[in-house]
Design a protein around this ligand. Structure first.
Ligand code: PHE
Length: 387
């Protein structure tokens, strides 16, 4: 026993260093175990890093201001690999006894996590997965999938309107990653709106496994579009923009939140192409709530600006906290179970750094979309509220 003590103390110290203070003398009993599954390595690593950074800021803040509820966060890396998500989620639930799972980012990966959560009867809250099916296909993903982000039927519609009304485009080429539910779904929603407004869309497919996009980029240029939608993620979008330097000259590129990464511009390189994307948050937004978070993030992470993923991670942690408080109030202060957290998430309302969040009956908030221009840095263009 004595020999175990130092390592136990070390573990607590490490936990305290990683997750903020470990509160002492709480009234609520055991901590709420939050299993976090994110892409901390692999292709989409900036998504995981940024969300985790946001979650940690929120967790430290909560630990400081409210000793009545404590959280134990356990992070599992799904490595940006779909086949890793199920096992990682299972471990969080079975070994770590997570009451709720927070994650993941890419919609196809979150779908894998949701299937495991459904079987185990544990709720899942995704900070960032926007595919509509996650919350609409209840048979497959269960009743207890929640999100703090908008969904692609909204994001895609706004992209369609932006392309038509602001960019005045009538002819679009959509580049679709056929292996990603997010990419397929977002492009379909864009097309629906763009066509309804009088435009035409030609779709070209790619996958993230393709080694070289030169032929594809040339082909797209040859179709003479007035706008190019890259409905995918930054590790592919960045290199495509770079390759399009000549072939896409003068044609604006648009995309969804999958382009929102600090790695997008370094991958795209110097370019004259105008790049716009829809997102949840942009650090250049002058909204005081946004600026407050930007300052906190810069202080915590060596002056770095937070991207949308960081803001959504922060809001997701706050959603768990608000739900835990609500559940504790309804259950005599006892540490909430997963089921109680799920009940509390229904109808939850709070103001996050990505806007006002009201989790409605479809477990998806109605929120503003931000249009961002990626030119040297991420510039705020406009914020559009849902009708
Ligand atoms: N919305 C994307 C998806 O569902 C994930 C994402 C969100 C990426 C926010 C970046 C920023 O796959």
């Amino acid at each position: 026993m004595r020999r175990l003590l130092p390592s136990f103390r070390l573990a607590v110290l490490v936990a305290a260093a990683l997750f903020g203070a470990v509160p002492e003398g709480r009234a609520g009993g055991d901590p709420v175990v939050v299993g976090v599954v994110l892409p901390m390595s692999g292709d989409n690593a900036t998504f995981g890093e940024e969300s985790w950074n946001g979650i940690k800021i929120a967790e430290a803040e909560i630990a400081k201001k409210d000793p009545s509820v404590a959280f134990k966060l356990i992070l599992a890396d799904e490595q940006s690999k779909r086949e890793q998500v199920g096992p990682a989620t299972k471990t969080l639930i079975e070994n770590n006894r997570a009451a709720i799972v927070v994650g993941s980012v890419a919609s196809s990966n979150t779908m894998q996590a949701a299937i495991v959560c459904k079987e185990a009867g544990v709720p899942i809250l995704t900070p960032a997965s926007t595919n509509d099916k996650l919350t609409s296909e209840v048979e497959k993903y269960g009743e207890d999938v929640f999100r703090v982000c908008f969904q692609d039927s909204f994001q895609g519609t706004m992209l369609g309107r932006f392309a038509t009304k602001t960019l005045k485009a009538k002819k679009a080429v959509a580049l679709v990653d056929k292996g990603q539910a997010y990419s397929v779904g977002l492009a379909a929603q864009f097309e629906k709106e763009f066509v309804a407004l009088g435009g035409t869309v030609v779709t070209e497919y790619y996958t993230s496994a393709d080694k070289d996009y030169t032929t594809l980029v040339q082909k797209v240029g040859g179709l003479k579009p007035e706008v190019i939608l890259i409905s995918g993620y930054y590790p592919q979008a960045g290199p495509m923009i770079k390759l399009g330097k000549d072939a896409w000259k003068g044609v604006p590129v648009i995309g969804g939140d999958g382009l929102d990464s600090p790695d997008l511009l370094p991958l795209a390189g110097e370019t004259d192409i105008k790049v716009y994307f829809t997102s949840h948050f942009v650090a250049s937004d002058t909204d005081p709530l946004v600026q407050g978070f930007v300052t906190k993030y810069q202080e915590a992470y060596a002056g770095a600006d937070p991207g949308a993923m960081a803001a959504l991670g922060y809001d997701a942690m706050y959603a768990v906290y608000e739900a835990a408080k609500k559940a504790m109030a309804a259950n005599g202060g006892a540490t909430p179970t997963g089921k109680q957290l799920a009940a509390a998430l229904r109808g939850l309302e709070f103001t996050g750094v990505t806007g006002k969040i009201v989790i409605g009956p479809d477990r998806t908030p109605r929120k503003a979309v931000v249009i961002v221009q990626a030119a040297g840095n991420f510039q705020f263009v406009e914020k559009i509220l849902p009708e």
